[in-house]
Design a binder for this molecule. Structure first.
Ligand SMILES: [Zn+2]
Length: 247
């Protein structure tokens, strides 16, 4: 069944989008855009929780984010590869949703599934616009891919002000109770991981504040686009530009 959306975010694992760009996704949904997330894997290699628990957590998070489309593909966790088969899987998702904007992880990153997800989505987004690649769907190419930031920083092309949606971003992250530190829970220390430490959640808040500060906002989420950004009227654009640091 086809459900179109305005913005479609790809990730290797359920919970990646929540950590990196949920503020933007929630903000866009509130603005009236249809938003979607496609996770390439079910994260079955995760140290904590089970795929069943994670699926329930994922559904709760999707509800908090107000997603129109929420899909988990069956590419094996830990083995996201740029293959013909996987390219076709991603092309089918893009042609089904027909998003104007695609979000993907920045390609320089720690987890190989994340960097392969970035490359896979970039190639598939282009190929999706080729008529001769037949998936039984109309061909379609998104206007733009914006890459969201994970562990490794880049100089952002733009930063989205997510001050008003940041509290709900944290709720969406905390929906993954099995993955992150939950105050008061008995088994927080069992099978502890990098992301289950309480300091990890603090770092998400600190990073939101750090990027927000650069645009004079309380919280921000940075993105990178590979192409130059078009601006028709710089005067009008910057007249509306409230950057506290330069006033
Ligand atoms: Zn991940």
């Amino acid at each position: 069944m086809q459900t179109t959306c305005d913005v479609l975010a790809f990730a290797a694992h359920p919970d990646d989008v929540e950590l990196m760009c949920a503020g933007t996704m929630i903000k866009l949904a509130r603005m009236g855009y249809k938003t979607g997330v496609v996770s390439l894997t079910a994260a079955e290699l995760g140290t904590r929780g089970t795929p069943e628990i994670r699926k329930q957590e994922n559904e709760e998070s999707a509800r908090i984010m107000g997603l129109t489309v929420n899909r988990i593909l069956d590419i094996p966790d830990g083995n996201v590869q740029v293959t013909e088969e996987n390219k076709l899987r991603v092309i089918r998702e893009i042609r089904s949703c027909r998003p104007k904007l695609v979000l993907a992880p920045y390609w320089e990153t720690r987890h190989p599934d994340h960097s392969n997800c970035s490359l896979l989505v970039r190639q598939a987004a282009f190929l999706s616009g080729l008529k001769q690649i037949d998936t039984g769907q109309p061909y379609f190419r998104p206007v733009k891919i914006a890459y969201y930031m994970e562990m490794y920083d880049f100089a952002p092309s733009f930063i989205v002000d997510v001050s008003d949606s940041f509290a709900d971003k944290l709720k969406a992250i905390r929906a993954y109770e099995s993955q992150f530190h939950t105050p008061g829970r008995q088994d927080n220390e069992k099978d502890a991981t990098f992301i289950s430490a309480p300091e990890f959640m603090q770092s998400i808040v600190a990073r939101g504040q750090y990027w927000g500060n650069k645009i004079g906002a309380q919280y921000g989420e940075p993105f990178l686009v590979r192409e130059a950004m078009k601006l028709d009227d710089p005067v009008a654009h910057f007249s509306d530009y409230k950057f506290a640091g330069l006033q």
